[in-house]
Design a protein around this ligand. Structure first.
Ligand code: ADP
Ligand code: ZN
Length: 262
């Protein structure tokens, strides 16, 4: 049986090519060889194929032959339970005796750099990563489940990386907040939502009105932060709370300036 697990758009360099050195060409060439007759010419009508004693050609970089991988995305506002849900899935995978690796973006160091913690105190060990490339370098060939938290902080190559892992049979669980503090799509999350087999969008409770919260409210000194601020503010003095669409406030810089006078 011929299995070609990786595909590329023509001319497009893929993160997986750089890491695996395995492209789709080998598989395509092997496929041509098997379908044609002697010396590469097309087999004539009625001509039977010689007994093929060569082992199956498998273009695949992982160990999970015959196992289909997939991508799950857990998204939603802060405090909606994404980390809790990721930890729940990881614990169940460990109970099922899967080989699991857990990662998180090293930009999130609120609970130390080597652990994922939920806002209600749950905690599991995680390896910090700065990029999709580092993720691919750290995933072991025999790992069956890869979980990554705070995935909104990673670069766009995480999309190819997640696809490559799923293609080679890995269950990929990604958690990240879907919108920035302005309510705009956050980093690679929209693309990950598009390619995932399974998507869960979680909600928190709006701290203002008690409705379902979908927006991340950034506060600076207790006041809504202006839209002009940076999307990622590492080590800043800001804080966040979960709010619904109606209670979410994103003033412009000019408005924030005049409010200083009030
Ligand atoms: P996320 O990863 O989405 O930021 P966590 O899994 O870390 O969320 O935390 C979820 C927990 O946060 C909830 O189980 C609850 O105990 C707590 N929590 C605090 N504030 C809120 C809120 N406004 N709405 C819902 N849960 C909240
Ligand atoms: Zn509200």
């Amino acid at each position: 049986m011929l299995q070609v697990q990786q595909c590329c758009f023509p001319g497009e360099p893929r993160i997986t090519d750089r890491l695996n050195g395995v492209g789709s060409q080998h598989g395509a060439m092997a496929a041509r060889g098997r379908r044609s007759g002697p010396n590469g010419r097309p087999r004539a009508a009625g001509e039977t194929a010689p007994l093929d004693t060569t082992p199956p050609v498998t273009v695949r970089s992982g160990m999970h032959e015959g196992v289909a991988g997939w991508i799950e995305v857990i998204s939603g506002v802060m405090f909606s339970g994404k980390s809790e849900e990721l930890m729940r899935r990881v614990r169940r995978a460990v109970l099922a005796r899967k080989r699991v690796q857990v990662f998180k973006s090293s930009l999130d160091n609120r609970y130390g750099i080597d652990a994922i913690a939920s806002h209600d105190g749950g905690r599991i060990q995680a390896e910090p990563i700065q990029s999709a490339l580092e993720l691919m370098e750290k995933v072991r060939p025999d790992t069956e489940v890869v979980a990554v938290d705070e995935v909104q902080f990673l670069d766009d190559d995480i999309v190819d990386a997640a696809n490559a892992l799923a293609d080679r049979g890995v269950r990929v669980i990604l958690a990240g907040t879907d919108m920035d503090f302005r309510g705009r799509p956050f980093g690679p999350i929209p693309a990950l939502l598009a390619i995932a087999e399974k998507v869960d969008k979680l909600h928190a409770i709006c701290v203002r009105c008690g409705e379902l919260a979908t927006r991340n409210q950034r506060l600076i000194n207790g006041k809504p932060a202006p839209a002009e601020g940076p999307t990622i503010q590492v080590g800043g003095l800001e804080s966040y709370e979960a709010r619904c669409r109606r209670c979410h406030e994103v003033p412009s810089e000019a408005h924030a300036q005049t409010s200083l006078l009030e």
